[in-house]
Design a protein around this ligand. Sequence first.
Ligand SMILES: Nc1ncnc2c1ncn2[C@@H]1O[C@H](COP(=O)(O)OP(=O)(O)OP(=O)(O)O)[C@@H](O)[C@H]1O
Length: 391
Amino acid sequence: MGTIKIKNIHKHFGKFHALKGIDLTIHNGEFMTLLGPSGCGKTTFLRILAGLEDPSEGDITIDDKEIVCVSKHLSLPAAERNLNLVFQSYALWPHLTVFENVAFGLKIKKMPKETIKQKVQETLERLQIAHLSDRSPGELSGGQQQRVAIARAIVTEPKILLLDEPLSNLDAKLRIEMRSELKRLHHELKTTIVYVTHDQVEALTLSTRIAVFFEGKLVQVDTPQQLYKYPQDLRVAQFIGNPTVNCVEAKVNDEQMTISSPLSSFSYKTKIGLPTVTLATNPENIEIVHESVPGAIKAEVYSVLPAGSETYIQVKVPQTKTILSIKEMGEALYEIGSTVWIKTNIERLNIFDPGSNGKIDIQLRPVISGQIERTKIDLQLSKTFSIGTFS
Ligand SMILES: Nc1ncnc2c1ncn2[C@@H]1O[C@H](COP(=O)(O)OP(=O)(O)OP(=O)(O)O)[C@@H](O)[C@H]1O
């Protein structure tokens, strides 16, 4: 078991309010990633979980056992929390061999020699480093050292594993390799993992859920799929996705219940009460079409970036100078400067209040004019939108 319940955690460093009331439940066996830009408070939060830092306010329980309760002046020492922490810098003991590094925690627990030998051997094999058993850390590559650090953390079978940017010192190829190793390990061990990163691809690929931090606050906790498709905050939308999400300002006409933007124009059912909103959509939700079909907008190809299995295309919407990113699978051949037509899937459009960054949940109605010059246009029929004609 390894369920962590965190209630109303605050952390002040002098006058600086680093964590501002964090509430989060991490379920047993979850791979929970703490994601956010540099300085948002992820590491501080992890250090509080680990017992390396005390919060200024709040409670933490692990499997209903209180480990932190500031009002009762309670904070269990790190060693009594049944968790292990792996740092970004592997922090291996340089004078000990790989075997001795991994065996250390078991020796402290005074396990019999034979049991230690067997457990260490099993763990080294699991991480595919058994052949390096007699080497010292100085004789290992960065990736091998990282595996030793992880082996050392899991050999004692902690309920909870805390990982602080464990892959950030590895090169791009090794990072990808280690990502799948970590995912496989989590699947096999079923340990609760709390993982800190500022790399959104790492978060999306590894996690069962992601907790996104901004400026000391938890902004959204969701599965990677939900977070990517339905960000609840504009900052989350802008942080997740590669290439980054397309954001455009759109004018709201509450009298006519219409929103017009360089991306798409449509009507809605309930008043918004704001003069402008921000529309956000991921690059794969915009399609390049080669003629002026209903709902399409004229644009000019600005750049074409082939990336092997996919192609990133940027287009400029002439009247507005807006540049949009589009992702197409496979090889896409477009001439820079040529005219294309683009069509946005409005079902995959998220709408935000640019003031608060919060998501606006409004019921959208059909595209009323796909073109910047408003011409009479037939509306598309989709399962959620009704048919009609606007002029
Ligand atoms: N001991 C400290 N004293 C004062 N301020 C601190 C201390 N530790 C952290 N901070 C501040 O608290 C904020 C959060 O820091 P933290 O290390 O948790 O951020 P982070 O999200 O992990 O960033 P990064 O990804 O760069 O590691 C930062 O503004 C940092 O400067």
